[in-house]
Write a protein that binds this ligand. Structure first.
Ligand code: HEM
Length: 463
């Protein structure tokens, strides 16, 4: 076992290059690094001057021999590798993200052999502006950020990620990785990686955002699957730079809905019914408003009931004592729905644009400022709810703002209550005898603006 700080391969004009197959003289090295980087070649090791290799020897969150300590000890150009005794293990972060503020290569033993896990509490890696970093051969899992890059946030740096798995990470933007040029140019090259089961409001897998200099993203030979994004580009990769293609897809989708409405108007006019189209037609609303209202009902009414139904079922299956209360007639299905919507609000956050100068809580807001209403957080306010983190269907949920408040109070609140509490939940538990979780597959929860179950593996008894 090697100690940290051990210089395994001492100084020297040592250059290793791959794929480009080049040998570069030391004094031209730095320029060549840049040239190669921009032409997409992959460099394995760094620096023409003295470089060290520091070996991580334990899976501790911090302290001697840990990855966190290695990142403190490295100098520009150094490499961090891992003792083979760590194969098959996991480094679980308990004191926050790992800060990459040097030009460093983290050379893992392979994504199958070692995971760095954000513990669903923090982002895994933060790459500081201006740095050149390579992360190779690791699983980056369960990182979480309320803002950017749950797995990795590349903040205006040159980041190469190779042979990694990014999975189970979540953020507001860029669940797996966010590449952003807020503080200068940002370059992200992702090669031979699997990016799956990450989630975000925008860019479940990767978000690439040009906000200062150029943000360049190269994805080579990667598998990107089952990431979820709520908006701004949908699943996989979001492009906040106003991608014309995304915009065109959106226009095509809304035009398709308009066409379907136009097709149905004569039909429903001849045979009135109680559908939303029928009701709006009967009210004499003009076609343009009917179209807008139907689209609003679709967008407003799809995610949340889906998340509330699957989430309530999951909550009851994981809290059988609460389900027993319903079966014993000591609580109602509506109590389940209201408490679930408080506990894991299907809409956790809603954005607003400040219209006029305003002050609140000692903070001054100016017109055009952006603010987030955190419904999910308010619903766990200790001042309003005792033990807010627990799922308790007997509690008083009157102060819950799962459906919002004020002029934008949810237009579908009462329809949802009927749909979930009168129909979906009683039907599911009455018809699916012995309904239980399928323990072979873990339940995944994701989403920051819209939050809910990403899967609900269940089994029930035949007959
Ligand atoms: C579990 C079910 C639901 C939950 C938790 C929920 C939650 C919310 C919340 C929190 C808002 C306020 C957003 C804001 O202030 O920015 C809202 C607005 C809205 N919801 Fe729902 N919703 C649900 C179901 C539905 C359904 C089924 C429909 C339609 C059929 C619907 C239609 C709308 C509309 C149109 C608005 C916008 C109202 C406005 O801005 O004036 N919702 N919902």
């Amino acid at each position: 076992m090697k100690n940290q700080n051990t210089q395994l391969k001492p100084a020297g004009p040592r250059i290793a290059s791959r794929s480009a197959g080049l040998l570069i003289r030391p004094n031209t090295y730095r320029a060549a690094v840049l040239a190669l980087f921009f032409y997409g070649a992959t460099l394995l090791s760094t620096s023409a001057a003295s470089t060290d290799t520091i070996t991580v020897i334990n899976t501790n969150d911090s302290g001697p021999g840990s990855l966190r300590q290695a990142l403190v000890n490295v100098n520009d150009g150094d490499t961090i590798n891992f003792d083979s005794s760590l194969n098959g293990q996991k480094i679980t972060l308990t004191s926050g993200q790992l800060n990459l503020d040097k030009d460093v290569t983290i050379s893992g033993p392979g994504a199958k052999n070692l995971a760095v896990d954000g513990n669903r509490r923090s982002r895994v890696f933060y790459v500081n502006p201006g740095k050149t970093v390579t992360i190779d051969g690791l699983t980056v899992a369960n990182g979480s950020s309320d803002f950017y890059g749950g797995g990795i946030y590349n903040d205006s740096a040159a980041l190469t990620v190779t042979n990694c798995v990014l999975s189970g990470n979540s953020a507001y933007s860029g669940g797996g990785i966010r590449n952003e040029s807020a503080n200068g140019g940002a370059t992200l090259t992702v090669t031979n990686c699997t990016i799956s089961s990450n989630s975000a409001a925008g860019g479940g897998g990767i978000a690439n955002l040009t906000s200062g200099g150029d943000a360049t993203l190269m994805v080579i030979n990667c598998t990107i699957s089952e990431n979820s994004g709520d908006y701004d580009g949908g699943d996989g990769i979001a492009n906040y730079a106003g991608d014309k293609e995304v915009e065109a897809r959106c226009h095509a989708a809304t035009a398709g809905i308009d066409a379907a409405i136009d097709d149905m108007i004569p039909v429903v006019t001849r045979h009135p019914n109680a559908s939303i189209l029928g009701v709006l037609l009967a009210a004499g609303m003009r076609t343009e408003s009917i179209r807008a209202n139907v689209k609003l009902a679709i967008s407003g009414g799809q995610n949340e009931p889906r998340d509330a139904i699957s989430g309530s079922v999951w909550a009851l299956l994981t809290h059988p004592e609460q389900l027993a209360l319903v079966h014993a007639g000591k609580a109602e299905w509506i109590d389940v729905f209201e408490e679930y919507a408080r506990w894991i609000a299907p809409i956790q956050m809603s954005p607003r644009r400040v219209a006029k100068p305003w002050s609140y809580g000692g903070i001054d807001f100016e017109p055009e400022d952006r603010v987030f209403f955190m419904f999910g957080s308010a619903n766990r306010d200790e001042a309003c709810f005792a033990e807010p983190d627990s799922f308790d269907i007997t509690r008083n949920t009157q102060k819950s703002i799962a459906f919002g408040a004020g002029p934008h109070y949810c237009a579908g609140a009462f329809a949802s209550r009927a749909m979930v509490a009168d129909v979906a939940l009683p039907s599911a538990f009455a018809r699916l005898k012995g309904l239980r979780l399928d323990e072979r597959e873990p339940v995944r929860i994701g989403g920051w603006a819209f939050r809910g179950l990403l899967n609900l593996p269940v089994v029930w008894d035949a007959g």
